[in-house]
Design a protein around this ligand. Structure first.
Ligand SMILES: Nc1nc2c(ncn2[C@@H]2O[C@H](COP(=O)(O)OP(=O)(O)OP(=O)(O)O)[C@@H](O)[C@H]2O)c(=O)[nH]1
Length: 458
């Protein structure tokens, strides 16, 4: 596929994606600040949006604040923005790495209570104020993504997609944890709003690469773009929503386990079926539009009377053959054919009979040719044939075969004959010169008494 045929990125959609990334960055900054406020003023709701479940640790809030600012900075075309992104992403990477190092070595680098003490965690025998391993891995990936070279889109996109996967697992597992009250549930150590913020940051970073990677399709003015815009967000959120609703139902005790599983199975089936239906409906539209476009293009290149290619098809084939000649040195020859005394045929038997004779000539021509040869109606009672790979002598043989086939054809009113001019393309020759030489050969054939083929000098 050439660059010209790639789906165009709509500037309006690219701007929407940038606005989304900016909004995601701003939302993360606000939530991180509110969690820090929660720690400063000891407001539990701000630390942990789900009572009784994990809090957003102060260090997590600092990491999110820096990550949100890095994402925000990346959406502004200011000359200092890249430096700001590098500095903040570097800090996020160090925070994630240092926390993981503390877990791995058991050492206390004094990071966990940088800003606030965490007496409750201490009482529960947990490292005070320490963010979970999952959050630390998330920051490691986010910091790396912010630092990754803009030229290596695949690396940045992979890092953002890994963060997205962590966030999705955490959000989905939250449904389970909330329903069962199981504090040891998988991914439970990460607070719900931390998971939501990682989700936003991952999507925001994916959106900043507008025109590349995942965002190329999202911003594309194509059916693929439309499909991605319609289905991606629901596809990402449906698992979390379903597991949350299932656990809510389970906790309420008014629906049996079996019924929940059945509803879950049916609704995920319906969700998948809906997406398949969307995809199929779009593909169906694409294919029908393609077929119409192909039919239109074919009719624009077809001669209505004979069904052969028309002058436009001839010109296009000639250009292709000249290109091939330049590229791989494949020679080709041109035959120009003109039915003899056709004016007299028309005058004697009428224009409709002349049309019928032209149709018959149109049927005869391809029978004398090989599959790769191109037979076209050049105009009026003239035909042109292109013979890829044929040298002058081979082309003359084909031309003489056509002359004989026409002469021996069963014509309705009287025998018809044809004169043919043959020319093989010369090295470096332009199209008009080749046509002029074939035309001169055709003229020579007419002068020599018609019903024959004459080849131009090589
Ligand atoms: N029936 C019919 N006649 C056509 C069509 N296009 C061109 N012609 C006729 O073809 C004839 C061409 O005549 P001329 O160019 O004078 O040449 P000619 O009578 O064939 O004589 P030579 O080419 O010298 O052998 C004209 O009478 C045109 O009207 C067409 O689509 N249908």
């Amino acid at each position: 596929m050439t660059a010209a045929t790639l789906p165009a990125i709509s500037p309006r959609r690219a701007a929407t994606l940038r606005r989304f990334a900016r909004g995601a960055g701003a939302a993360v900054v606000v939530i991180a600040c509110s969690a820090l406020l929660g720690w400063a003023m000891d407001i539990d709701l701000l630390k942990s949006v789900v009572p009784g479940h994990a809090e957003m640790k102060a260090n997590t809030a600092i990491g999110l604040l820096l990550s949100g600012l890095a994402l925000l900075a990346s959406t502004f075309p200011h000359p200092h923005a890249p430096t700001a992104v590098t500095l903040m992403s570097g800090a996020v990477l160090v925070l994630g790495l240092a926390t993981l190092a503390q877990y791995a070595t058991g050492a206390d680098l004094g990071l966990d209570t940088l800003l606030f003490d965490d007496p409750k965690a201490l009482a529960l025998g947990r490292p005070p104020g320490r963010m979970s391993q999952i959050s630390a891995i998330g920051f490691l990936l986010l910091g790396w993504k912010g630092l990754s070279d803009a030229g290596r889109v695949w690396l940045g996109q992979t890092l953002a997609l890994l963060v997205l996967a962590i966030a999705l697992f955490a959000l989905s597992a939250y449904g389970y944890a909330m329903g069962t009250g199981d504090r040891e549930a998988p991914f439970n150590p990460i607070s719900m709003h931390t998971a939501a913020m990682l989700f936003l940051l991952a999507l925001g970073w994916l959106a900043t690469d507008a025109g590349r990677g995942v965002a190329r399709v999202l911003a594309a003015d194509s059916f693929g773009g439309e499909l991605a815009r319609r289905t991606l967000l629901p596809a990402l959120l449906v698992p979390a929503l379903l597991s949350y609703l299932a656990q809510l139902a389970r906790a309420s005790d008014w629906i049996s386990e079996g019924a929940i599983i059945t509803v879950l199975a049916v609704s995920s089936g319906v969700a998948v079926a809906t997406m398949i239906w969307w995809a199929s409906a779009l593909l169906d539209r694409v294919e029908r539009q393609n077929r119409t476009a192909v039919a239109l293009r074919d009719s624009a290149h077809t001669d209505a009377l004979t069904g052969l290619g028309n002058r436009r098809a001839f010109d296009a084939a000639l250009v292709r053959l000249f290109e091939q000649r330049e590229r791989v040195g494949l020679t080709f020859s041109l035959l120009l054919l003109d039915l003899d005394h056709f004016k007299a045929y028309n005058d004697s038997f009428g224009h409709p009979a002349g049309d019928e004779a032209l149709r018959q000539a149109g049927r005869l021509l391809p029978l004398a040719l090989r599959p790769g040869d191109v037979a076209t109606r050049y105009g009026g009672e003239e035909f042109a044939v292109l013979l890829p790979g044929a040298r002058r002598a081979d082309a003359l043989v084909v031309a003489e075969r056509i002359v004989a086939d026409v002469r021996n054809g069963l014509w309705l009113h009287r025998p018809v004959t044809v004169s043919v001019g043959v020319a093989e393309a010369r090295a470096g020759e332009a199209a008009p010169a080749l046509v002029a030489r074939a035309d001169a050969a055709l003229y020579a054939a007419k002068q020599a008494g018609r019903d024959r083929a004459v080849a131009a000098e090589p």
